[in-house]
Design a protein around this ligand. Structure first.
Ligand SMILES: O=C(O)CCC(=O)C(=O)O
Ligand SMILES: [Fe+2]
Length: 347
């Protein structure tokens, strides 16, 4: 599919003087959530230097040999390391990346490398997770207010001090590509998807390009997206945030969980072909959190059930995509056969 690029700008929201400005910030956040579902944050408690430093930590992890990273493999508890293994239903092909996911709770047992493998890694990752959680809790307070819930309603549902917390910090490394070898059009660094968490915080070194968004989704139960994409750039030290399917559902579809992707570089001279690093913090509900919007549009579900259904929808969409690709390949083989017969007949 040919990409149509559309200029849009996402709002930049300052968290300066948060306690005194909470109502103004709430209004800005809700407006952003109701439109494109993406916004960037500045003046947070995470400094640009802290973001630089966590990228050094992430690069040191990815610099380890694969056989060391493979000692903490990805599991269905949504933690651990994977490489070339995440297939998106939108593409049917694996993202060109590796990633390592960490959590706060008991799912991380045996999923941290020993300190001798990467001295200081675990405490620096955990310190950063707590800072990202603290920024997230400010946003949760505002979104609760905006929806008419008590201020600490979403914070309690995402309590990372509980053993059944599911919130994730994800380090991502998209591989360097050779500019002389064109990437097929259906291959992406990260294929189009919507996040199924409550709210995602994204960090990038300034100047890394590739992230694109495609707003326009009306209901959380639909899987499709349009074809008008907008590139998003990051100012140094800013955090780009997006609403996930869980908050879209919890707001009765008022706040939008928007499709996004990371395009592969395609034009030497314009695009960056070197490695790309990013960090995502996914706010996931505790397994026993009870989820229902103020207007009760969707039936009440637990955090565990919501996640299970989101994964099921994802796998069903992936199955459909695989069948579609298989049918195309069969069609291609048959058309190829017809062509061969036609050539034979005309020879
Ligand atoms: O790397 C990025 O910029 C985006 C990553 C992302 O969307 C994800 O992992 O869900
Ligand atoms: Fe995402």
């Amino acid at each position: 599919m040919i990409t149509k690029h559309v200029e849009r700008s996402i709002p930049r929201i300052s968290l300066r003087d948060f306690d005194n400005r909470i109502d103004d910030i709430t209004a800005e956040l809700c407006k952003a959530a109701e439109t494109d579902g993406f916004f960037s944050l500045c003046d947070t408690e995470i400094s640009a230097e802290e973001i630089d430093s966590i990228f050094e930590t992430s690069e040191s992890f990815f610099g380890l040999p694969d056989n060391v990273k493979a000692t903490v493999p990805f599991t269905h508890k949504n933690v651990g390391w994977e490489k070339n293994a995440q297939v998106r239903p939108s593409t049917g092909t694996a993202d060109m990346k590796e990633s390592y996911q960490m959590q706060f709770g008991s799912n991380m047992v045996d999923k941290w490398l020993p300190d001798s493998a990467l001295p200081g890694f675990k405490p620096s990752a955990q310190t950063f997770m707590h800072k990202a959680q603290s920024v997230s809790e400010k946003l949760m307070r505002c979104f609760a207010r905006g929806l008419g819930f008590p201020d600490d309603y979403f914070i309690a549902a995402h309590d990372v001090s509980r053993a059944n917390a599911q919130t994730v910090l994800r380090f991502l490394h998209y591989f360097a590509l050779d500019p002389s070898i064109p990437v097929p059009p259906d291959h992406f660094r990260a294929g189009a998807h919507a996040d199924w968490d409550f709210l995602t915080l994204l960090f990038q070194p300034a100047g890394s390009s590739g992230l694109e968004i495609c707003p326009g989704r009306d209901v959380v139960t639909s899987f499709g997206h349009g074809d008008s994409w907008t590139p998003i750039s990051f100012a140094r030290g800013d955090i780009v945030c997006n609403i996930g399917d869980l908050l879209m559902s919890w707001s009765d579809d008022r706040f939008k969980s928007t499709f996004h992707r990371v395009r592969a570089p395609s034009e030497p001279g314009r695009d960056w072909f070197g490695p790309r690093y990013s960090i995502a913090f996914f706010n996931q509900p505790c397994a026993d959190a009870v989820i229902q919007g103020p207007g009760r549009k969707y039936e009440e579900v637990t955090g565990e059930e919501f996640t299970r259904r989101a994964m099921e929808r994802n796998f069903a969409a992936l199955r459909r995509k695989r069948e579609e690709l298989e049918a195309k390949r069969e069609g291609g083989r048959e058309a190829g056969g017809e062509m061969a017969r036609a050539v034979e007949a005309s020879a």
